[in-house]
Design a protein around this ligand. Structure first.
Ligand code: OGA
Ligand code: MN
Length: 284
């Protein structure tokens, strides 16, 4: 049985994951006993949402450090005076957005970030929501036969499908000045398709269309039907929650058990976010 919360208020969202936290002011240092509760709520609900946190990039960094060592992102230049914070900007005339497909962040890295924290600075009047999908629930809903078939199975992950020359982030088409370090684009790693969360011990599905190429030791053609099924299953509406941003909203998601999707439905409006990632382990 879970312990109650003494310092924070935790409001689960009306969906398959996520909770909004009340009683926390991130402009001030967060005490250890409060942090313990925030961390517990995060593991229980997979995504934390905060509202009205009018904080500086340095304060966002201070808070993020409570969750672990900060990571870097290979494809976008960070803020000049805050190397851990990456600006995610969509201008009114940009056609493409960042994160516009279901994924877990940089799952093509050998050690993908365990968490991503996004803070909204400027948001469209309407539109620009982010969708989240609970990958524990997706795994648990599979049949026993499918779970057996996936046990111990690994897949090849790569950034090349989206960051390669014909990918979604083709330089000419994309709003932000995306960097293309070739080693990061071309690298292939393999990860288990079902991972065990190192802190909760729960199993989660770990597949996505943009990053997974094929099952290890199988061709793409052989892999595709099952991968397509799993990627579609993983994001069924009953596993999701949709978050509507306001300026100074913060979301912190757990990439080990969550996929997310940035909606691109606000042409003609601007959206600006500050993004921080937190280092993770090798998926097991
Ligand atoms: C990300 C991402 C979603 C959004 O920052 O990793 O996918 O809604 N962003 O901006
Ligand atoms: Mn993302």
């Amino acid at each position: 049985m879970n312990q109650p919360y003494r310092y924070i208020e935790v409001h689960p969202q009306n969906g398959a994951l996520g909770c909004e936290l009340f009683g926390v002011n991130l402009a001030e240092p967060v005490r250890d006993e409060v942090m313990e509760e925030i961390h517990r709520a995060w593991l229980d609900h997979q995504v934390l949402f905060f509202r009205d946190q009018n904080i500086t990039p340095a304060q966002q960094v201070d808070f993020a450090r409570h969750f672990g060592e900060l990571d870097t992102y290979p494809f976008i230049e960070p803020l000049p005076d805050q190397p851990e914070v990456v600006p995610i900007i969509k201008e009114p005339d940009n056609r493409f957005n960042f994160g516009g497909g279901w994924h877990s962040d940089t799952s093509y890295m050998p050690k993908p970030p365990k968490a991503t924290m996004l803070r909204a600075l400027e948001v469209p009047r309407r539109g620009g929501d982010t969708l989240f999908a609970n990958q524990y629930a997706a795994y648990e809903a599979l049949s026993p036969g499918m779970k057996d078939m996936l046990a111990g199975r690994r897949a090849v992950f790569t950034a090349s499908q989206v960051h390669g020359s014909s990918g979604y982030y083709r330089k000419a088409d994309h709003p932000m000045d995306m960097k293309k370090p070739q080693d990061a684009v071309e690298r292939r790693v393999d990860h288990p398709i079902v991972r065990t969360h190192p802190e909760t011990g729960r199993r989660a599905l770990y597949v996505s269309v943009p990053h997974v190429e094929r099952f290890r030791q199988m061709s793409r053609e052989e892999s595709r039907p099952v991968l397509e099924y799993l990627c579609g299953h993983a994001v069924k509406p009953e596993f999701t929650f949709r978050f509507h941003w306001r300026p100074h909203s913060i979301a912190l998601w757990d990439n080990r058990c969550v996929q997310h999707y940035a909606l691109n439905d606000y042409a003609g409006q601007r959206r600006v976010m500050h993004r921080i990632t937190i280092k993770g382990d090798m998926p097991r």
